[in-house]
Design a binder for this molecule. Structure first.
Ligand code: BGC
Length: 300
């Protein structure tokens, strides 16, 4: 069966320049966000994942052949298998057989206008950031790019007006503080996801719609990042990409937002955007860099 990866990955030669371009774009982004060109969380641990094969920095790139054969762990979580949209009505995951998915129809912020590079024989997509030590999809539903949207909501602390703060939620899977973002649902636009996720995660009983209208007014949002996320769920064949948009609250709105943890967040709070701040420094995946690059001009 094809999804058992009988063969080592085969890069079609014509796709090498495409992969090279995507890889350089990611390396530039990651260097800005983390000070380091290679993905790290995507080679690290996750509470629901088996151990990954070890991938040293020099073996990350698909364009380099490791000295010892690369044998990634094969892992697709049962929740992904159970949500196969071709078997389950309302399922959010692709089928196990990636050859049945038309990757030419998928958009990737990283591959841009170029086609997503796929294996020549078995058709599974290549994570453009390189090897992760796991093949399959792990916890991610889609082969290739999985899209999230991240609302970075800021204010100056009413009690300490020089301190810039952001709304952060505590994730229920890893326990990290994070931007209250989430997955872009099928056929949903990023702007709809931003508002929906904020409402679902940072407010329990639903926030006054007039406040949300004010917060998420088109004129109030500024895209601060669009691209690859170094996420601990990424695999060789499925990865996270996000669009992060900054929304700033004026003094009145900043005081009016009543935060209350929603359904998949353990807690929600305003955290200080300050270098060295415990919650800020420990933000999930590449969120710290995304926030800092996006708003540092406003830090007083
Ligand atoms: C989160 C987003 C995050 C994305 C990539 C999603 O699960 O909700 O905030 O940017 O994963 O890490």
């Amino acid at each position: 069966m094809l999804h058992q990866y009988a063969l080592p990955p085969t890069l079609p030669p014509t796709t090498i320049p495409i992969l090279q371009r995507a890889q350089s774009r990611i390396q530039a982004h990651l260097t800005t966000l983390t000070g380091y060109p290679h993905h790290q969380h995507a080679r690290g641990s996750h509470p629901s994942y088996p151990d990954r094969a070890l991938v040293p920095d020099e073996d990350v790139s698909w364009l380099h052949t490791p000295a010892t054969p690369y044998t990634p762990t094969d892992f697709t979580h049962s929740v992904v298998r159970d949500n196969d949209c071709t078997r389950k009505p309302g399922g959010w995951a692709d089928p196990m057989e990636c050859a049945s998915v038309d990757m030419t129809q998928r958009e990737s912020y990283v591959y841009g206008d170029s086609p997503i590079v796929c294996d020549a024989l078995q058709f599974y997509p290549f994570n453009p950031a390189g090897r992760t030590g796991i093949r399959g999809r792990g916890l991610l539903g889609k082969w290739g790019p999985n899209h999230a949207a991240d609302p970075i909501v800021t204010r100056y602390d009413p009690a300490r007006p020089t301190v810039l703060q952001m709304v952060a939620i505590q994730r229920d899977d890893t326990g990290h503080w994070a931007i209250p973002g989430g997955m872009v649902d099928y056929n949903e636009t990023v702007s709809v996801t931003l508002r929906r996720e904020f409402q679902e995660e940072a407010t329990k009983t639903g926030m006054n719609p007039a406040l949300l209208d004010k917060l998420f007014a088109v004129t109030n949002g500024r895209v601060v990042y669009r691209g690859y996320v170094d996420d601990p769920r990424n695999t060789d064949n499925a990865w996270m990409e996000t669009c992060a948009v900054h929304f700033h609250c004026d003094t009145e709105l900043g005081q009016q937002l009543a935060l209350e943890a929603g359904y998949d967040a353990v807690a929600v709070q305003w955290i200080d955007i300050v270098k060295g701040g415990e919650a800020f420094e420990g933000l999930y995946a590449t969120h710290r860099g995304m926030v800092w690059e996006g708003v540092r001009g406003m830090v007083r």
